[in-house]
Write a protein that binds this ligand. Structure first.
Ligand SMILES: *[C@@H]1O[C@H](CO)[C@@H](O)[C@H](O)[C@H]1NC(C)=O
Ligand SMILES: *[C@@H]1O[C@H](CO)[C@@H](O)[C@H](O)[C@H]1NC(C)=O
Ligand SMILES: *[C@@H]1O[C@H](CO)[C@@H](O)[C@H](O)[C@H]1NC(C)=O
Ligand SMILES: *[C@@H]1O[C@H](CO)[C@@H](O)[C@H](O)[C@H]1NC(C)=O
Ligand SMILES: *[C@@H]1O[C@H](CO)[C@@H](O)[C@H](O)[C@H]1NC(C)=O
Length: 542
């Protein structure tokens, strides 16, 4: 029996190595990260450019592709890129956040080796250190289905990426200094669509044709609403889940979220407004771009199409209407409904409550009273090299503690193959947006008030979507998710409100397998950068 098992695991390792690196195609990117002048709101600013572009180049990939991305840091400060929604199976070594990777020093380069294993959908990348995200450095990620896998709608005539979000005219170092001094960010100065302010960007379409728009909220502070004058949107995909194809006049997109819609150019040939506006803000920011028919008879006219007039209930209703198509395929040919997420018993419940404590006289943000502070060594490296004193497991509780708030390098321990219920509880008066790296989760419920075990009675255990970023819309409310812990590694759990994230509303989830096998987790990459107390340690030889 024992012999069979070890033979089998050798075969698995061989299969894994060939699958991961032999058969699936490779795509190579070389990115030079520089500062450069940009004028998104008409004011000259120093933006973070990738190969001279803002937004950066789009990653075009197909399920299971290997992405080899060499990043040359030509800034005068350390830099990292992270991949919002790319799961990086067995490979948190490539996640590109403070807790997994040493920053790329100025003037140096690092090559990310990722595989978009078993994924489809629309995502984005962004610079993860400090407040770099306020300077740009982001771009779209598209993972198309393999040609042999059916997609539940006809191929569109074209595709567009829409990276929308709020923007500040202050630069990232000034914004960071504001946060470091214990103040909140000011209200944003405007909204951008693909790096441009109002009417700075045009989407060209042909009459009668249908286009896929992949829309992400890449902003720092505000939810947005997206709509196209005179046109309906057919929702088809949310962060890798093919949805029931409902029609919407407008869509709320919370911080860090991504949606795909189909839009048919079925109106008289002219120019139309595409509108993005801020949501749940007392002052409403708006940006427009142009949806232009190739035989356009005239430029944009008329009032901008209005957004939703009601706030929270509308948004909650809309998010409940977004459900998975149980008979459509996902990244694999089997129907999305064949994984009966609602029939699996959860192994643990984690309740995460956000708060905004003042600690040592400064505004901070916290989860279960812990406000995260970085240590001197990336947590993944400290874990691998068994460097003690960097973090301790269990440094954040599974339940709200009700305490005032304290600083800690918080890491939660979790078992590989567990199936956990996570409840995000929001006792504050603002909208929250939460992201978990390395995983997708099933959004089983959201409602106003305080979560209790009875809240489970309203869970959708049949056809909810699986995604990686979820909002908690109501002030004083909750959102519950079921999450298979199917990815060993050190994973960031964070608020997508960037000031909250920067000021401590995040922690790391260490998904652990005692097997210590390539089947569960790849070994440290031979090119891993070493820093802090990991300097001088030995990475894997080439
Ligand atoms: C990156 O761009 C800068 C500015 O154009 C240039 O000086 C530098 O040589 C480039 N580096 C690489 C590695 O291409
Ligand atoms: C940096 O770039 C050089 C030249 O392309 C390459 O040989 C080297 O492996 C890269 N270093 C890392 C850490 O990726
Ligand atoms: C669900 O997917 C199936 C299979 O691709 C497709 O035929 C059907 O139209 C989709 N249904 C809805 C409501 O989107
Ligand atoms: C940001 O602006 C300040 C002046 O307000 C300047 O001192 C600083 O160098 C700028 N930082 C960057 C990265 O442009
Ligand atoms: C879930 O738990 C219930 C109650 O303990 C048990 O009866 C049931 O068999 C379990 N289901 C699965 C799929 O393990």
């Amino acid at each position: 029996m024992g012999d069979y098992r070890s033979v089998w695991s050798v075969i698995l390792v061989v299969l894994l190595v060939t699958c991961a690196s032999g058969e699936d195609p490779y795509r190579f990117y070389t990115w030079n990260v520089t500062y450069g002048d940009i004028y998104p709101l008409g004011v000259k600013q120093q933006g973070i450019l990738i190969n001279g572009q803002f937004p950066g180049p789009q990653i075009e990939s197909v399920t299971n592709d290997n992405l080899i991305i060499s990043v040359f840091n030509s800034l005068d400060e350390p830099f990292l890129i992270s991949w919002n929604g790319v799961q990086q199976r067995r490979n948190s070594w490539q996640d590109g956040v403070y807790g997994t990777n040493c920053p790329i020093p100025p003037g140096q380069n690092f090559t990310y080796v990722l595989q978009v294993k078993d994924q489809i959908g629309s995502y984005f990348y962004f610079p993860s250190l400090g407040m770099h995200k306020a300077a740009g450095g982001y771009g779209g990620i598209k993972i198309a289905s393999r040609s042999v896998i059916p997609v539940p709608f006809p191929p569109p005539s074209g595709e567009f990426t829409v990276l929308a979000g709020d923007w500040y005219t202050q630069n990232h170092t000034d914004l960071k200094a504001t946060l470091d001094s214990g103040s909140d960010l000011p209200f944003p100065d405007g909204l951008l669509i693909n790096g441009r302010g109002s009417n700075g960007y045009t989407f060209n379409v042909d009459q009668g044709k249908t286009y896929r728009f992949r829309i992400s909220n890449v902003g720092l502070s505000t939810s947005v609403n997206f709509r196209i004058q005179g046109h309906k949107m057919l929702l088809v995909e949310v962060e890798g889940t093919h949805t029931l194809q409902n029609t919407y006049d407008s869509l709320d997109i919370h911080l860090g979220q991504s949606y795909s819609v189909l839009v048919t150019a079925d109106q008289p040939a002219q120019d139309y407004y595409i509108v993005v506006s801020s949501r749940f803000t007392s002052q409403v920011l708006t940006a427009t771009s142009i949806f232009r028919y190739s035989n356009s008879a005239g430029s944009v006219s008329g009032p901008l199409p209005g957004g939703p007039t009601t706030q929270i209930d509308w948004s909650l209703e809309q998010s409940r209407s977004i459900r998975r198509n149980l008979t459509a395929s996902g990244p694999r040919p089997n129907p999305q409904g064949s994984y009966h997420y609602g029939l699996i018993n959860t192994t643990r419940t984690v309740r995460l409550q956000n708060s905004a404590p003042v600690i040592n006289g400064k505004q901070r943000y916290a989860v279960n009273s812990v406000s995260f502070i970085p240590a001197d060594t990336p947590l993944k490296l400290a874990d691998y090299f068994k460097i003690s004193g960097v973090f301790s497991l269990g440094s954040i509780s599974d339940n709200p503690t009700g305490g005032g708030g304290y600083l800690q390098t918080s890491v939660m321990a979790a078992d590989f193959r567990g199936y956990i219920e996570v409840v995000f509880e929001n006792p504050e008066e603002n909208v929250q947006s939460w992201h978990i790296d390395g995983h997708n989760f099933f959004v089983v419920g959201m409602d106003g008030g305080q979560w209790s075990p009875e809240s489970r009675l309203i869970y959708n255990l049949r056809d909810t979507i699986s995604r990686c970023t979820v909002q908690v819309v109501y002030p004083m409310s909750w959102t519950a998710v079921y999450m298979p812990l199917d990815n060993v590694g050190m994973w960031n759990v964070r608020s997508e409100n960037w000031a909250h994230q920067y000021l401590g509303q995040q922690f790391y989830l260490r998904v652990y397998s005692p097997a210590n096998s390539w089947r569960d987790e790849y070994p440290i990459p031979s090119n891993a950068l070493l820093c802090g107390r990991a300097v001088g340690r030995q990475t894997r030889p080439l």
